[in-house]
Design a protein around this ligand. Structure first.
Ligand SMILES: NC(=O)c1ccc[n+]([C@@H]2O[C@H](COP(=O)([O-])OP(=O)(O)OC[C@H]3O[C@@H](n4cnc5c(N)ncnc54)[C@H](O)[C@@H]3O)[C@@H](O)[C@H]2O)c1
Length: 491
């Protein structure tokens, strides 16, 4: 298993479909197996729901999509896969049998992972001839957006299988949490279970409604948990002395009866409060409507976290960095497109105003991304900026021609109007999927040495690249919007 190209999915419900979507958008092929023939239509519908959110997350409107094959034949799946991920119902006997059957067919180097929420891998590998390749790869719903996967070894799992699984999961944009040994419920579900049990106790005792209990998380702890977890949050709660002082301060509370961890005894009143409470919280919205909102918020949170370099944003940062490394750079003698089109984007949900149209400020953001892509093309990257050399914007003009809605995709072309060793004058056109002009941006960039704080000549190789672009663009017609001035003549 040097490179995983085709992944077999066993069980294509909520989680299996989430895996399939995550893989297809990253160009991997998927052979999806389910015992229910009707599962194929559900799988394809679930991928369609996931697709727009994934595109917004990775900010690529047109990724190379992998091929999806659906089968009700286990052998057809297991024999073709370079990696198998099981996502069948959480029933231990069913999973043990499924692992035995997949293990009998899949190549011995193929890792077989289970999405199980809590079973011990030692049990799942118990009837396999190659138990060393069986691991837990526990994801979180929605699998196509949330980046965590807990990997858990069984008693007979090899270190090599755990290592290779880690490399594979990272390559599909995940954060790998590798457990040192197995335990029922792994880490995250144990924590979630503790909170869930306590929440049910509070509901059962009539202390608050489902909404009150959720609010206690949504307006406080949940916001911190999302990027600091529990321990780092408490490290700050101790003041400048951190966790050392926190323990001194709060140690006595550990003795207090602040939790009732065994499940409350199930009863009709509790069930009624639970179900009616959640339905009231939904305020008439369907599950699909709440899911769509959840996806939009998750995507925006991850982008925000990326900017701050915290939590789940780090995974996104890593994926974007490797995409940037693969991006084309100018090389001597290379053919240069006229104009150069280096950036494609997708209108994010947070970019639209009260009319449902992309707000002015975000056009500038999108043109800024195109400018970054052009900089990178001529050789201005992190390494260059680390030397203290960079470009500053001196002047920019925008013209708007068409509205864009959330989810619309666009491409931005760059035309070099003029340059010398210290300046570049660029013109960008934003085009929609039909090639219609959406907006234009004219921009003057000055090259600055940040140490001296002065405008200075750019490095010779950058200027060589820029000069080559100038030569390629010299016969392009001048854009009609160039140098445009706005004025309402006074009578
Ligand atoms: N739902 C979650 O939030 C969540 C999160 C993380 C992990 N998991 C775990 O993922 C696994 C799947 O959960 P789900 O929520 O997707 O369930 P699901 O009921 O939505 O999907 C299960 C799918 O498996 C198929 N199936 C049934 N028997 C099968 C068999 N013998 N072989 C192959 N497919 C079979 C079903 O037809 C169905 O399509 C479970 O182990 C669950 O604990 C679930």
């Amino acid at each position: 298993m040097d490179t995983v190209k085709t992944v077999g999915i066993a069980g294509t419900g909520l989680i299996g479909a989430g895996w399939a979507a995550r893989l297809l958008v990253r160009g991997l092929d998927v052979v999806a197996y389910d015992v229910a023939p009707a599962a194929e239509a559900k799988l394809r519908a679930a991928i369609d729901v996931a697709w727009p959110s994934m595109l917004k997350l990775i900010q690529d409107p047109n990724p190379k999509r992998g091929q999806l094959i659906f089968t009700t034949d286990l052998a057809a799946m297991a024999s073709r896969a370079d990696f198998v991920h099981e996502a069948a119902p959480e029933r231990e006997a069913l999973k043990i049998k499924l692992f035995r059957d997949i293990d009998a067919i899949a190549r011995p180097d193929v890792i077989i992972a289970s999405s199980s929420s809590g079973f011990l891998p030692t049990r799942l590998q118990s009837e396999c001839k190659h138990p060393e390749r069986v691991i837990i790869g526990h994801p979180f719903n929605p699998v196509y957006l949330l980046p965590l996967v807990e990997t858990v070894p069984g008693e007979r799992t090899s270190k090599d299988a755990m290592d290779r699984a880690g490399v594979y999961f990272e390559s599909i944009g995940m954060h790998v949490l590798r457990l040192k040994k197995e335990i029922d419920g792994y880490i995250c579900d144990r924590l979630q279970e503790a909170l869930w049990r306590e929440a049910l106790h509070i509901l059962n005792k009539g202390i608050g409604t489902t909404e009150d209990i959720d609010d206690s998380i949504v307006y406080s702890a949940g916001m911190r948990w999302a990027f600091m977890g529990s321990f780092l949050t408490y490290h700050l709660a101790g003041g400048p002395g951190g966790m050392r002082d926190f323990i001194k301060q709060f140690d006595p509370t550990l003795e207090l009866p602040w939790t009732d961890l065994p499940f409350p005894k199930w009863n009709d009143t509790l069930e009624k409060r639970l179900v009616e409470g959640c339905e009231a919280q939904a305020h008439g919205r369907t599950v699909a409507e709440i899911e769509a909102k959840r996806n939009d918020v998750l995507v925006d949170m991850m982008h925000l976290f990326k900017q701050h370099g915290v939590g789940a944003g780090l995974v996104l940062q890593r994926e974007e960095e490797s995409a940037r490394k693969r991006a084309t750079r100018w090389t001597r003698g290379a053919k240069i497109a006229a104009p150069v089109a280096r950036h494609r984007g997708i209108v994010q949900s947070a970019w639209v105003d009260y009319n449902g149209h992309m707000s002015d400020a975000y056009y500038l953001l999108a043109f800024g991304d195109a400018l970054d892509a052009f900089f990178r093309y001529i050789g201005d990257d992190e390494a260059y900026r680390a030397t203290g050399q960079t470009f500053f914007t001196a002047e920019t003009h925008l013209n708007y021609f068409r509205e864009m809605k959330a989810g619309d995709t666009f491409a931005i072309e760059t035309q070099l109007i003029g340059c010398d060793e210290k300046r570049m004058h660029l013109f960008h056109r934003m085009l929609d999927t039909k090639g219609e002009l959406v907006a234009t941006n004219e921009i003057m960039q000055l090259h600055v040495d940040q140490k001296s704080g002065k405008v200075s000549p750019m490095r010779a190789d950058l200027f060589e690249a820029l000069s080559a672009v100038k030569e390629a663009h010299k016969n392009l017609p001048k854009p009609a919007e160039l140098g445009r001035v706005m004025e309402v003549k006074m009578k």
